[in-house]
Ligand binder design. Structure first.
Ligand SMILES: Cc1cc2nc3c(=O)[nH]c(=O)nc-3n(C[C@H](O)[C@H](O)[C@H](O)COP(=O)(O)O)c2cc1C
Ligand code: SF4
Length: 424
């Protein structure tokens, strides 16, 4: 069995369906445990966050748990704005109560009495089923005062984003819940200490929270038999582009990118490159897709797995054109608060356009790398720090193809078409 989280064939929307499928059994057991023992189990499982940064979940929970405060919060980050990412949507569409049960367990472990489920605005169709689910849980005694007679009080509020990618960044998300525009905050202090309304707050991704359930159900030792030594468990990947079967796939860490594409997605034809981790992930040529999907394998390339989005590009995709589209996305989504990101993204988009229009120069490559370096080192938040990961890796593996645009027409014809015809 490699599915801990996600079964394509199963949709459990109603409370009754979920309960019949053993829903809330784990919660009932966990409510008899001491909060610190739960956190120790999660630490022992080596579970790390699936929202992008890969931070150890148990460590973050401990930081919130040990804070003295009249109120603590738990936030489930379902903003899912990274291009090509749609795994959290699948979890929330097919089995929302699983995520909610995990939220209740996590809240009990850290001593939070109020939770927020912050959902991407475009997923508005999820609102009614989730609100109905929350109401059913209140009626059945799984939310509200004295949950299952344990003396623990906790409730969840649904909040909706309105389409800003930056609001997925945890401090911007907190600003948004508080009713302000989503501008990231300084870190430190971290949200575990100073979060929502200045109170200790645990922010976790949907998929991260969904993993709490199998960890507590199977126990850390069994959970760790999935995946690799350093990347425990399974991972959801949302695969799009030139593969036969696009969709969300759950595989154990350690599966290779090629296995995912060929064995799970039915294969891809004439693959040219694959971007792993969404628009802020690295671009790998086809020759490198035997790489293992694990945090340690990607760390060797100074990269991560990001949100788990995988875009497979075939030979018809022009790398330069693809980079232009990505640069336009980041320019649009930069909140403008800091100069390296605000100006860097504009600068990069302009240079890429010049190259694609055939009016750039070879020196532009150096300028792109220098600007990317400054953005990575000096940007205020993760958006600016990772906006050029794809660009830098593409310059490493596809520099020749990019420079061809200065001498002759685009090898795929895409940019020539953009310029209004054949350049020869
Ligand atoms: C620009 C930007 C967008 C982000 N978007 C999301 C998102 O949509 N969902 C998410 O879970 N994390 C997102 N993150 C990461 C969060 O800041 C945070 O690290 C995460 O929610 C923590 O949860 P985890 O520890 O479970 O991964 C984003 C980060 C950045 C910099
Ligand atoms: S890095 Fe970009 S998104 Fe983040 S604060 Fe700076 S301008 Fe805003």
């Amino acid at each position: 069995m490699s599915n801990l989280l996600f079964e394509r064939s199963k949709t459990l929307l109603s409370f009754d369906d979920y309960q019949q499928a053993d829903g809330f059994k784990v919660l009932q057991c966990v409510l008899k445990m001491k909060p610190l023992d739960i956190i120790d189990e999660i630490k022992a499982s080596n579970l790390v966050g699936r929202g992008g940064a890969g931070f150890p979940v148990g460590v973050k929970m401990s930081s919130v748990q040990r804070m003295e405060s009249d109120i603590k919060y738990l936030v489930c980050n379902a903003d899912e704005g990274e291009p090509g990412t749609f795994k959290d949507r699948e979890l929330l569409s097919r089995n929302p109560l699983k995520v909610i049960e995990s939220m209740i367990i996590s809240a009990y472990a850290i001593g939070a009495s109020k939770g927020f489920l912050y959902v991407r605005g475009e997923y508005s169709y999820l609102k009614t089923p989730i609100l109905e689910g929350l109401e059913a849980l209140r009626v059945e005694g799984y939310l509200g005062k004295n949950i299952c007679g344990s003396g623990f009080d906790f409730d969840i509020e649904y909040r909706s984003g309105i389409g800003a990618y930056i609001c997925g960044e945890e401090t911007a998300l907190i600003e948004s819940i508080e009713g302000r525009s989503g501008d990231p905050r300084n870190k430190p202090p971290y949200t575990a200490e100073v979060g929502l309304w200045g109170k200790p707050t645990l922010v976790n991704n949907v998929e991260t929270l969904a993993n709490i359930l199998p960890v507590m159900d199977l126990g850390a030792e069994v959970y760790k038999t999935y995946g690799t030594e350093k990347s425990a468990g399974t991972k959801l990947f949302s695969v799009s582009g030139s593969v036969l079967n696009k969709g969300v796939y759950e595989v154990p860490f350690g599966t290779t990118l090629r296995q995912l594409i060929e064995e799970e997605c039915g294969g891809g034809e004439h693959i040219k490159f694959v971007q792993v981790g969404g628009s802020s992930g690295i671009i790998l040529p086809e020759s490198m897709i035997d790489i293992e999907l694990s945090y340690e394998a990607f760390a060797k390339l100074d990269a991560g797995l990001g949100s788990g989005a995988i875009y497979v590009a075939d030979e018809s995709v022009c790398v330069l054109d693809y980079l232009k589209v990505t640069a336009a996305f980041f320019k649009h989504e930069s909140c403008g608060k800091c100069t390296p990101c605000r100006e860097g993204n504009r600068h990069i988009e302009r240079i890429l356009k010049n190259l694609s229009d055939g009016v750039g120069s070879k020196e532009d490559i150096e300028t792109l790398l220098r600007t990317s370096h400054v953005m990575k080192e000096a940007s205020f938040c993760g958006l600016g720090q990772t906006a050029t990961s794809g660009l830098v890796s593409a310059l490493k593996y596809f520099e020749d193809e990019i420079l061809i645009h200065l001498e002759e027409k685009c090898p795929t014809g895409v940019c020539s078409f953009d310029r209004g015809g054949d350049q020869s």
